[in-house]
Design a protein around this ligand. Structure first.
Ligand code: SF4
Ligand code: SF4
Length: 210
């Protein structure tokens, strides 16, 4: 993973903006930002401690070539996709999508912050979905609860057990999901074929042939 990061750093030496434009989904929009700050001012979550850089700062850092600071930023992972920034940007920059595109790129080359909760949730959700076409709620919850260790997980598990039981009784969560059983899509092969095609199209887009 580290090699891919180095390969990209070498390929785009001294031109981080170009790297983001070509490698991060929607990254080509960054250059249109005029630094008015409306996106960050409209963001309902950026006052939370988890944010290090709000959107307009991320875009400014990209243009300033601050590769390490951007790729390791927590800001992109704090975005809740409320779309406030997107609808208010006077330059019509799809801020939400650009933020997610940069986060995905940082993850892909192994530079994203380790142990960040949203990242953990996203990767667990994704890995789960590509296997069965459906999310395994119990597995997802378990991995989140036990992310910070067994005791912390057990405490959370007991705290939330009443809600878990309620979900199971209402048929919203299947206890068998704990051992990998439970609901899944009928056509898992179709899901796999669809994802393989999407991957192929994405690879072509990144090579500039799509
Ligand atoms: S609102 Fe748009 S133009 Fe203004 S800082 Fe944010 S992205 Fe840039
Ligand atoms: S979409 Fe994300 S970055 Fe934009 S305002 Fe909402 S939380 Fe903030």
């Amino acid at each position: 993973m580290r090699d891919l990061d180095q390969e990209m750093a070498d390929r785009y030496r001294n031109n981080f903006l170009k790297e983001i434009e070509e490698q991060a989904e929607m990254g080509e929009w960054v250059k249109l930002c005029m630094q008015c700050g409306l996106c960050s001012g409209s963001c309902p979550t950026h006052f939370h401690d988890g944010w290090d850089h709000p959107p307009h700062e991320i875009f400014m850092l990209i243009r300033a070539g601050k590769r390490d600071e951007v790729l390791q930023a927590k800001g992109m992972w704090m975005c809740t996709s409320c779309y406030n920034c997107y609808v208010r940007c006077p330059r019509k920059v799809p801020v939400t999508h650009v933020m997610h595109g940069i986060a995905e790129y940082a993850y892909r080359i192994g530079r994203s912050p380790k142990g960040q909760s949203t990242q953990h949730l996203s990767t667990t959700f994704w890995n789960n979905c590509i296997q069965t076409g459906r999310v395994n709620e119990l597995h997802l919850t378990q991995t989140l609860y036990f992310k910070d260790g067994f005791l912390a997980g057990l405490k959370k598990f007991i705290e939330m057990s009443r809600i878990g039981l309620g979900l199971a009784r209402a048929g919203r969560m299947n206890p068998l999901e704990a051992i990998g059983a439970g609901h899944k899509c009928k056509d898992t092969q179709g899901i796999a074929a669809m994802l393989a095609k999407a991957k192929e199209l994405e690879a072509r887009r990144k090579e500039g042939k799509g």
